[in-house]
Design a protein around this ligand. Structure first.
Ligand code: HDD
Length: 703
């Protein structure tokens, strides 16, 4: 049986029977067994020459006899496994979940029985549509998949950062995914929904309208995985020791609050740093600033479920937080990056059907379909029913079963008994007391293929989402829809979409139609049931309304020049770090910059490599001469102009004014421009930064 991480000495560790050594940076690398540091083949044979193939004569043909060459290339040729059919691009981390209080009244799940209990977890964040090598800031849903290694087996909560889904029935999943992926004849666009096929399908699928509001909102371009919420989406059940069931919805809330970027920024981040989200998670964890989320539960019974017009089994609906307050029940902390991306993040297999006793399914038809798909896909992707032998997928609790053999079997039973019952008196037996007790929900009815009438309202909650947004966020939705539909070549698709938007909100439909140049408004789409216009706004749905009022976890980019004020820079750095944020220096060229006092300032980025889109706020600590020189550089002017256009707070030394002016930014434009001249200026800058963005500037810059 594989061993988990076992400490052998300070530096040497054994993971899954493999001897490894920890380098000075904490990274792990392989060390050879025994007394050899000689390179070997996979069969253990020592290698004499790893630079040249075996040839006949100096310039002759290569010999097939060269087993080292053949083994090396053979293995290389097979390094890739199929990428995930959806959520191919992802990034994972290890951590733990800590339970606040016992939830024994609701569930018998062991993970929720004891206050302070810590359960190891592995979390993988992802985008849905793009392939493995696509960029991080695509407009897309983010996957938020959590594997809890509980004492009663693995529990996988395979959620998204959006609480609803495009479709109500799993049978439509291949269609929605085909439509969003690159079009099959031309194989583009990559990682984008802005094309005819996607909007054609969506405009013919009214049930997706609520999801579309979320995907066109800023939720789909998060600033960091650390600043997004997560949702289990479906209604699940908790079942207690008395076999009483309570419905539950799972919600993750980030400790650092929510934050997104603007679209113009996202487009530029994708060019400047396609790994923006990965790098952000890596840097945060490696620097010891561990990301954290609280798990919240919305708990309700059948009577409460019956009080709504909509069906709690319909995955295109939410229960607004104002109606049912989420209860925090524990926290998730990510504190360790994988040692090997492939072994862990790529091979991790999440499956909705992995639930421990005490957590059960509802009849949500999307969830029921998922429970088939996730097991099936692992066989294709990981190549063997023994994918649970891969350490990242293996339970961390004791386990015993009679499944055997198959490709790559790594845990092989010993002894004679591989079945039960047996008369040898050996082996594990089922346990009605400890085993998974499926909740005995009474079910009866005819076999039918139909969509229940209770799933028919597709517009009311879409409208509720839209009216719950601030004016700024509503504008972003209008602009996102306009951008996406402007990429559709077929005008019929655009008009069909507008006819749905008119059902959601007339001002929304009209604004999008206007921007798309549609002269005659189409009729609102036929609705199966009349959309409700009396659902009140739910303030919890806005990102801006629920800001963290803190700049912790964020990043300031400081542009410096030769002759900069090093003492001021130090003061700024101290203030930024006190807030729990990070400062990075951007310099005109690679290497150190000499400050006015003769000291040296170390630059992290060169100006072309450190555009302001990589930061949450910027400061310009420039000498007059330095600013004058930078004013002649396009990258420096863009640094300032973009920060301004993206509504960021900008602090600047009086010397920087020449650059601001050349970039077309008025140093006194608004309260987001902070002159670092005064003694309290750094404090005012940090205080301003806590608002994250100066949205009131947006109308002036016409983002
Ligand atoms: Fe799915 C992967 C989330 C509907 C079929 N899904 C996948 C991942 C996440 C989600 C986060 C990536 C897991 C990882 O990081 O490895 N999926 C969702 C959510 C859904 C949803 C929140 C709706 C509420 N999915 C859904 C349906 C089906 C699938 C309806 C099929 C009927 N999903 C898959 C899959 C994937 C997957 C094909 C691809 C790779 C994998 O499972 O392991 O089976």
């Amino acid at each position: 049986m594989a061993k988990s991480l076992e400490k052998a000495s300070d530096k040497a560790v054994t993971i899954h029977d493999q001897k490894l050594e920890r380098g000075n940076g904490g990274e792990l690398h392989q060390i050879a067994d025994g007394d050899t540091d000689v390179l070997t083949t996979a069969q253990g044979g020592p290698v004499s020459d790893d630079q040249n193939t075996l040839k006949v004569g100096q310039r002759g043909p290569t010999l097939i006899e060269d087993f080292h060459f053949r083994e090396k290339i053979f293995h290389f040729d097979h390094e890739r496994i199929p990428e995930r059919v959806v959520h191919a691009r992802g990034y994972g981390a290890h951590g733990y979940f800590e339970t606040y209080e016992s939830l024994a009244a609701y569930t018998r799940a062991d993970i929720f029985q004891r206050a302070g209990e810590k359960t190891p977890v592995f979390v993988r964040f992802s985008t849905v549509a793009g392939s493995k090598g696509s960029f991080d800031l695509a407009r897309d849903v983010r996957g938020f998949a959590v594997k809890f290694y509980t004492k009663e087996g693995n529990w996988d909560l395979v959620g998204n950062n959006i609480p609803v889904f495009f479709i109500q029935d799993a049978i439509k999943f291949p269609d929605v995914i085909h439509s969003v992926k690159p079009e099959p004849d031309r194989a583009f666009p990559q990682a984008q929904s802005a094309h005819d096929n996607f909007w054609d399908f969506i405009s013919l699928t009214p049930e997706s309208m609520h999801m579309i509001m979320w995907v066109m909102s800023d939720r789909a371009i998060p600033r960091s995985f650390r600043f997004m919420q997560g949702f289990g989406v479906h209604t699940f059940r908790l079942v207690n020791a008395k076999n009483e069931s309570t419905f539950v919805k799972f919600i993750w809330k980030p400790k650092f609050g929510m934050q997104s970027v603007v679209w113009n920024e996202a487009v530029k981040i994708n060019g400047a740093d396609p790994d923006f989200h990965r790098r952000d998670l890596w840097n945060a964890i490696q620097s010891g600033q561990f990301p954290e989320w609280e798990l919240n539960l919305q708990l309700f019974d059948q009577d409460f479920a019956d009080s709504f017009d909509f069906d709690v089994l319909d995955p295109t609906k939410i229960i607004p937080e104002e109606i049912l307050e989420p209860v925090p029940v524990g926290r998730l902390v990510l504190d360790r990056m994988p040692d090997n991306f492939f072994a862990e993040t790529e091979q991790v297999a999440f499956m909705t059907q992995n639930v421990p006793p005490g957590i059960d399914f509802s009849n949500d038809p999307l969830l029921q379909g998922r429970n088939f798909s996730y097991l099936d896909t692992q066989l294709k992707r990981l190549g063997s029913p023994n994918f649970t032998h891969i350490p990242i997928n293996a339970p961390k609790c004791p386990f015993a079963h009679f499944q055997q053999d198959g490709h790559m079997a790594m845990r092989n039973p010993v002894g004679r008994v591989n079945y039960q019952p047996n008369s040898w008196g050996e082996g594990p037996r089922e346990s009605p007391q400890k085993g998974f007790p499926t909740f005995a929900n009474p079910e009866e009815g005819q076999k039918v293929r139909l969509r229940p009438e209770s799933f028919a309202d597709h517009y009311s909650q879409a409208r509720q989402f839209f009216i719950s947004q601030t004016a700024t966020e509503q504008r972003h939705i209008v602009m996102a829809l306009t951008f996406e539909l402007s990429k559709c070549e077929n005008p019929v698709i655009r008009e069909r979409m507008v006819s749905h938007l008119l059902n959601i909100d007339e001002t929304l439909g009209t604004a999008v139609a206007d921007k798309l140049g549609i002269k005659k408004l189409p009729k609102p789409a036929d609705a199966a049931v009349p959309p409700r216009d009396d659902l009140p706004p739910s303030p919890a749905l806005s990102i801006i309304e629920n800001g963290p009022e803190s700049f912790a976890g964020r990043k300031v980019g400081v542009l410096v020049s030769p002759g900069a004020d090093a003492a001021l820079l130090k003061k700024l750095q101290a203030a930024i770090e006190k807030e729990g944020a990070v400062m990075e220096v951007v310099a005109p060229k690679v290497g150190d910059v000499e400050a006015v006092d003769g000291s040296w300032i170390e630059g992290k980025h060169m100006i072309d490599g450190g555009p302001s889109v990589l930061f949450d706020a910027v400061a310009l600590v420039l000498s007059e001469e330095g600013a004058g020189r930078l004013a002649g550089e396009a990258a420096a002017r863009d640094f300032v102009a973009d920060a301004f256009a993206h509504c960021k707070f900008i602090a600047f030394t009086p010397g920087a004014i020449a650059l601001l002016q050349k970039a077309g930014v008025d140093p006194e434009a608004d309260e987001g421009m902070i002159n670092l001249d005064g003694s309290k200026a750094t404090a005012s800058f940090i205080e301003a930064c806590r608002k994250l963005r100066l949205w009131s500037r947006e109308m002036a810059v016409k983002l």
